[in-house]
Design a protein around this ligand. Sequence first.
Ligand SMILES: [Zn+2]
Ligand SMILES: [Zn+2]
Length: 451
Amino acid sequence: MKAFADMTLDEILKDGGWDCECGRHHGAGLKYLKVERGAVRFLPEALEKLGKKKPFIVCDHNTKKAAWAQVKAVLDEADIPYVLYEFPYDEIEPDEYAVGCLTMAFDRSCDVALAIGSGVINDCCKVLAHAIGIPSMVVGTAPSMDGYASNSSSMIRNRIKVTLYNACPAAIIADIDIMAQAPERMLWAGLGDMLAKYVSICEWRISNLIIDEYYCENIAGLMRASLKQIVDAAPRLMERDPDTIEAVVKGLVLSGVAMAFAEISRPASGLEHYFSHLWEMMALDRGKPYERHGIQVGVGTLLTLRIYDQLRQMKPDRETAQKFIATFDEELWRSHTRRVFGKAAEAVIEQAEREEKNSAQKHAVRLERTLENWDKILQIVDEELPPTQDIAALMEQLGMPMLPGDIGVNDQDTIDGLRGSRDIRDKYLSSTMLWDLGLLYTLPVPGVKEA
Ligand SMILES: [Zn+2]
Ligand SMILES: [Zn+2]
């Protein structure tokens, strides 16, 4: 079998999927994809391909402005009936409330959920569609994130950021004429969400090495290829020429396919995403606004690269790690957790207990493997991570926010973002490794002064 990284999008998405050398079968469930100028005109063809007759269309004020006129014209012209739901409020959180709004508005004569939008609307539609047993599809409005083709939704449940695994959209229509009009911040966000992949692939390999997490080199290769496609196009991103936007959109779709193939978000999300998840949870807890996902992730990526720059200089020390775990103060950890997570804290603590997050026994096993494999870890880091200054230079050239302070995140929240990252999910992160080495609470966070 040819490597995914060497296939065209059409090949990768062939019906029936692929039996991979990793021992798993990879399929995406995406049946229809158009990425080109004027692609909205293919909407009737996409519906026909799915055998669907009446979409339940979901948009918000902004995405309605961006694409509804075009979509409506195409549907009317083809005599396709529909029900339109426009969120009546701004700043939609992908939470129980938003999904509840959709559920209450859903018209049972509709047979497919059609999102007009990017991250949040697509995610909410995936959840709705999965719950009621219909397919979802999307008309993208911005190249702002990589979840178009993924089989998961990034949601807020019970105040905690979670990844819900449902189904990937059955059809994606990315009209480059629409997407090229997206606001500057959304273009930054799409790039930020992709720069994350350097870290996520690196972390995936380390996790495979230390805790035997499932890993597929073929999927990792696909992710590297989609990342390269976007980084190569990135210097011209702000010029918005259609070829560049198209290359970026295709890279974002591929990244989502890689996630769908892996059936986990791992190839796309590592510590850099957890900075974003925590900052978002903190902001929600305080009722404060927060920056767009991909922009936060870009800042988190630069932070994580700088943390790795420190790690490369270090020699892990068994004594430090053993002393750390021997004196680990569960009560103190709880009180920090309550301070950082506010109203979500009890759920976080309960979950951490269930997952035996602070177990000395598990710590000992991971520590041994980390110490044994330190040279291999450094080799993975060298192979996967680009020079930090290259990424910083690219972000600076595009005018992107680069530091937590650029997006209104203060020093304490930056520190808490790192230290709390291992607490919200059962996932091995760079912060887990730092915790295992006894360094998570003492390592200086790059660019940040401890209070
Ligand atoms: Zn595989
Ligand atoms: Zn992301």
